[in-house]
Design a protein around this ligand. Structure first.
Ligand code: WQD
Length: 343
């Protein structure tokens, strides 16, 4: 079976994708600089699948590190590129770090694909490319809006780099996956989201509040033009999301499409508000989440959710998890972290 390189594979979405790749029979090699994850994730993956993925601790912005990896692990036919800095707020403070890390990583990988006979790359993009959509749900044809953060801009520029390289005649394909909001954890509670420091994203902050690490969850605004005034997002279960990556790899390596570049929205198609999500968590788990309404967070999109029809029909992928089950998986993961004394 073709070997798959997963950059950023000890991260949140990366680790869940490695599990699904291994369970689909693909041998996996991970490269990760552990800047936002740790080696324990490898133990969690092995406990789930029984297979410890090959692992290289390294930085993808150093092309010599990547050159050595391809030499040490022959037969890599597909790449899934998760390695990137991804905090919207941090990117406003450190734009150079984001452009250097996210774009140099991608360009290094693209440079090494043809010499190593790699057939395709799956790129981890984001619904942030749509900015504040003119209408919801958004399709892959919805207009790309000017990015509101360096993080979002690196995703837009990365999509353009991939397009230009392939249109210039590169002998490989790409599938670009635009994620909506990934949430939840593997049902085994062996892996999950483990942000460093104070969580920026809603669900880890919510579960840390529910377990008592955080005193209260701040809801960033209830004066938006939405039914309950809080922002609306499309929350996609991380395991459902991971499964889409396996289908994308198969699609490229088995030449299932004439197109050299394909773009898919990965969402459920359901818009859910912050307050609705809190209610869903409380009802599904029976655990209360102390919360208060505060002012809006700068840069927040009011409402965005996906039309996933193209991914459903062409990629053959559909999100199947319920939001209730997804909230329970996030809570089980938070409880496991407590049991292990990690948090
Ligand atoms: C969701 C909603 C907040 C925290 C970002 C990136 C996106 C992706 C996911 C990487 C918003 C509200 C949040 C809190 C809150 N990142 N919120 N209190 O901003 O939609 O998307 O993360 O792939 O690319 O843009 O996600 O989880 O930060 O916020 O009220 O303590 O929850 O206002 O409406 P976001 P988020």
């Amino acid at each position: 079976m073709d070997r798959i390189l997963v950059t950023g594979g000890t991260g949140y979405i990366g680790s869940h994708t490695v599990v699904e790749l291994q369970q689909a029979g693909y041998p996996v090699v991970i490269i990760d600089n552990l800047s936002n994850s740790n080696r324990d994730v490898l133990d969690g993956i092995e406990r789930i699948t029984g297979i410890r993925p090959d692992f290289v601790e390294g930085d993808c912005t150093d092309i010599e590190t990547l050159r050595k990896l391809f030499a040490d692990y022959p037969g890599i036919k597909g790449i899934i590129n998760f390695a990137a800095s991804k905090a919207v707020g941090e990117s406003m403070q450190k734009p150079i770090l984001y452009y250097r890390n996210n774009l140099n990583t991608l360009m290094n990988l693209l440079d090494l694909m043809a010499p190593n006979d790699v057939k395709g790359i799956v790129f981890s993009s984001s619904c942030t490319v749509y900015g504040e959509p003119d209408e919801n749900p958004v399709t892959e044809q919805s207009p790309i809006k000017k990015a509101t953060s360096p993080y979002g801009n690196t995703k837009q520029i990365s999509e353009e780099i991939i397009t230009d390289v392939i249109n210039a005649g590169a002998p490989f394909k790409s599938v670009i996956l635009r994620y909506f909001n990934p949430v939840g954890a593997h049902p085994s509670a062996e892996i999950g989201e483990l942000p460093n420091g104070v969580p920026q994203n809603l669900i880890p902050y919510l579960t840390q509040t529910a377990i008592g690490i955080r005193k209260e969850l701040s809801v960033f605004g209830d004066d938006y033009d939405t039914p309950d005034g809080s922002c609306i997002r499309d929350y996609i279960n991380v395991v459902d999301l991971a499964k889409a990556h396996v289908l994308a790899v198969k699609r490229m390596l088995e030449d299932k499409s004439e197109a050299k570049i394909e773009i898919f929205n990965l969402g459920t198609g359901n818009g859910v508000s912050v307050l609705e999500l809190i209610d869903t968590f409380e009802e599904a788990t029976g655990v209360k989440v102390p919360h208060k309404i505060v002012g809006r967070r700068a840069g927040d999109i009011e409402k965005v959710w996906a039309n996933p029809t193209y991914a459903n029909e062409v990629l053959g992928w559909k999100a199947t998890s319920t939001l209730e089950d997804t909230m329970c998986s996030a809570w089980a993961w938070q409880c496991r972290l407590r049991e292990r004394g990690i948090m």
